[in-house]
Design a protein around this ligand. Structure first.
Ligand code: G3H
Ligand code: 13P
Ligand code: ZN
Length: 308
């Protein structure tokens, strides 16, 4: 891939300067363009993230060429990252495609198996100049085929042992967030003491917050108003994300938010413009809305705007 930026260096700079880099999931050209155009305009570093499901949907061969094309159009620092890789084979295949960052997610495995799998990936990836994110602790909610009803917060002492044994470049931790659009039934709360404890023990290790979409209520209302039903959808309040960033989180993962922006925009557009059937019209509206959302997130929540 042309001029991909080293994600570890990106995250170390963020950690030192107490902001976070957004890792935005994509699965279509519109979403990818919105993310990269947003970063370019905000003068922000950014991580383009693909889950295994996203990769299958977008198709690996196309991804390689489309990402290359997009990279020619921006001067923002961009890393290309596999999100929640579940086994060695998927890691190997995306490294062959040109990804320069991978996550190996062994968080649902017994501890020793998570260590062994993660170390195997690190040994392989590092030889190829690719950086690795591991995960310890369990987020409630659904990740691809794996789901859990309960959180298992990351144990700080175990996190140190995990990093020492595996050599990961960054660590995803569980402090109370969950994937998807229904994150909290009661008062939103993050275990910031656990985060601070892990950060104190490993002050130079980039820490990652998954399940960090904020699910703004205006999007929930728009979707519901224009024929959808996502009642009860609730994310992590932006204030809590900003607090997590100030306490050691330097990569913030966001997928659900852009899905909500896309869905709210397309529902509203089609209802308000019943005669339109040219996809360029409503996809343009979606792309613009997602780009503005990305810029706002980088500027007002992650504080990565202007940091390129
Ligand atoms: O972390 C999970 C991401 O939101 C990926 O979701 O597996 O539906 O693409 P997906
Ligand atoms: P959200 O579902 O909160 O957007 O989280 C996405 C994520 O963690 C991707 O790895
Ligand atoms: Zn995740």
């Amino acid at each position: 891939m042309k001029r991909l930026y080293n994600e570890y260096e990106m995250l170390l700079k963020a950690k030192r300067e107490k902001y976070a880099v957004g890792a935005f999931n994509f699965s279509s050209i519109e979403i990818m363009r919105a993310i990269v155009d947003g970063a370019t305009e905000a003068r922000s570093p950014v991580i383009l993230a693909l889950s295994e499901g996203g990769l299958k949907y977008a198709e690996p061969h196309y991804i390689k060429h489309i990402v290359n094309g997009v990279l020619e159009m921006t001067d923002a620092p961009v890393a290309l990252h596999l999100d929640h890789g579940k086994d060695f084979e998927i890691v190997r295949s995306v490294i062959d495609l040109g990804f320069n960052s991978v996550m190996i997610d062994g968080s649902s495995l017994p501890y020793d198996d998570n260590v062994a799998l993660t170390k195997k990936v690190v040994d392989y990836a590092h030889k190829k100049g690719v950086v690795v994110e591991g995960e310890l602790g369990v987020l409630a909610g659904v990740e691809d085929d794996v789901s859990s009803d309960i959180h298992r917060y990351t144990d700080p002492e175990q996190a140190v042992d995990f990093v020492n044994k595996t050599g990961v470049d960054s660590l995803a931790i569980a402090i109370g967030t969950s994937h998807g659009a229904y994150k909290f039934s009661g008062e939103p709360k993050l275990e910031l003491d656990i985060l601070r404890n892990i950060n104190d023990l490993m002050p130079n290790l980039p820490l990652v917050l998954h399940g960090a979409s904020s699910v703004p209520q205006y999007l929930v209302e728009t979707i519901n108003q224009f024929g959808g039903d996502v009642s009860g959808a609730r994310g992590v309040p932006e204030k809590l994300i900003a607090e997590a960033c100030a306490n050691g989180i330097s990569k913030v993962n966001c997928d659900t938010d852009l899905r909500m922006v896309f869905t709210a925009t397309i529902r509203k557009f089609l209802v308000e413009n019943p005669t339109v059937f040219d996809p360029r019209k409503y996809l343009q509206a979606c792309k613009d809305a997602m780009r503005e959302f990305v810029i706002d997130k980088m500027t007002n929540v992650l504080c990565s705007a202007g940091k390129m």
